[in-house]
Write a protein that binds this ligand. Structure first.
Ligand code: GLV
Ligand code: MG
Length: 351
């Protein structure tokens, strides 16, 4: 027995009058999802400049917003969504989780007041496809009622053991799915991992070099990436369904080197961006999630050497074939998107 809709129904709007779901995601640059508390006046006062600096602005309504400030944060988000022109910069919100007292009002009020401005709803603590189905249906009804013109997408946070177990079904749940982010703090708690850090490594998680014959000699210890398994699993689930995978938050703002290393591991594994919780992380994300200039130059040489993408050629002693052509295309396509938003990097890429 199959539990998914037929291909025809998969792409049918879930409410009469709701916009057609996308068949392919809109092309957007999303190197960092920049979190702001939307009720904070000081931060809102700087928003005009922030919009120019970041790829995505996210008004956070969930964790880190105190219980007594939930309504204020929601109202703050609605007024900033209406007040500002976001241009090419994405406008997202992270709503409260579905079993909370605020989720229903978060969705209904925001779609009613700013549905046409909103690109993506980030849904926390997604456990399985049922969470996506619920929000999918609700959004379709609200889009229809409020005459929203384009579908509002859903981005799931992967931050419970059950969610990780069901990651493929979550990815497959709806054409409204935009992608997923790793939520290392909640995930660590849900799994009973022994770390209190928000993302990043742990000094005790590593591999000890073999002792060899001299058991008393000093042995090298190599710290490993605690999140490697989950990021890999998330990347496979996302890319199988044409969705975008993201690394989530890095909580130690005083350690930019560790933040950069964590973001880079995720980038190399296939992620397209990460969250910036502090302004200092915006540039780190730009550096990491924009492809390397030398890598772009080499990728352009591969594409030029194999105009139809087939066969085999040697470049600097390295074999290139149909598969490396596809790898090169991923990098050049990403560089072109970066160039369209970031003139300085575009010039460095020669694009
Ligand atoms: C993010 O929401 C996390 O829990 O890490
Ligand atoms: Mg969380």
């Amino acid at each position: 027995m199959t539990t998914t809709r037929t291909p025809t129904k998969h792409f049918a709007p879930l409410a009469i009058g709701a916009p057609e779901p996308y068949r392919a995601l809109p092309v957007r640059l999303e190197r960092m999802i920049h979190f702001i508390p939307p009720h904070n006046e000081k931060i809102r006062a700087k928003l005009k400049d922030t919009i120019k600096t970041v790829d995505v602005v996210l008004g956070n309504l969930e964790d880190a917003i105190a219980v007594g400030e939930k309504e204020e944060a929601r109202a703050g988000f609605i007024s900033m969504a209406r007040e500002f022109d976001f241009g090419q910069t994405g406008l997202w919100t992270r709503i409260n989780c579905l079993n909370s007292p605020w989720a229903l009002d978060d969705v209904t009020e925001i779609v009613a007041a700013a549905g046409d401005k909103l690109d993506v709803i980030m849904l926390p603590k997604v456990e399985g496809p049922w969470d996506i189905h619920y929000l999918d249906q609700l959004l379709a009804q609200l889009e229809a009622r409020n005459k929203v013109q384009k579908p509002i997408l859903i981005h799931a946070i992967l931050e419970t053991a059950e969610g990780v177990k069901n990651v493929e079904a979550i990815a497959a749940a709806s054409p409204r799915m935009h992608g997923m982010s790793l939520g290392p703090a909640d995930l660590a708690a849900s799994r009973g991992m022994k770390t209190t850090r928000v993302g990043g490594g742990h000094p005790d998680y590593g591999v000890l070099a073999d002792a060899g014959a001299h058991k008393s000699a000093p042995r090298a210890f190599f710290q490993q990436d605690l999140w490697h398994y989950t990021v890999g699993k998330m990347v496979d689930a996302c890319l199988s369904y044409g969705l975008k995978p993201f690394y989530g938050p890095f909580g130690d703002f005083s350690d930019s080197a560790a933040c950069e290393a964590q973001f880079r591991n995720a980038f190399l594994q296939g992620c397209l961006g990460a969250w910036s919780l502090h302004p200092s992380q915006i540039d780190i994300a730009k550096r990491v999630f924009s492809p390397d200039v030398a890598e772009v130059a080499f990728a352009k040489r591969i594409l030029n050497a194999m105009p139809d993408g087939t066969g085999a050629v040697m470049l600097d002693g390295k074999m290139q074939d149909d598969a490396t052509w596809k790898q090169a295309k991923v990098i050049v396509d990403l560089a072109k998107i970066v160039a369209s938003k970031d003139a300085e990097r575009g010039a460095a890429y020669g694009l």
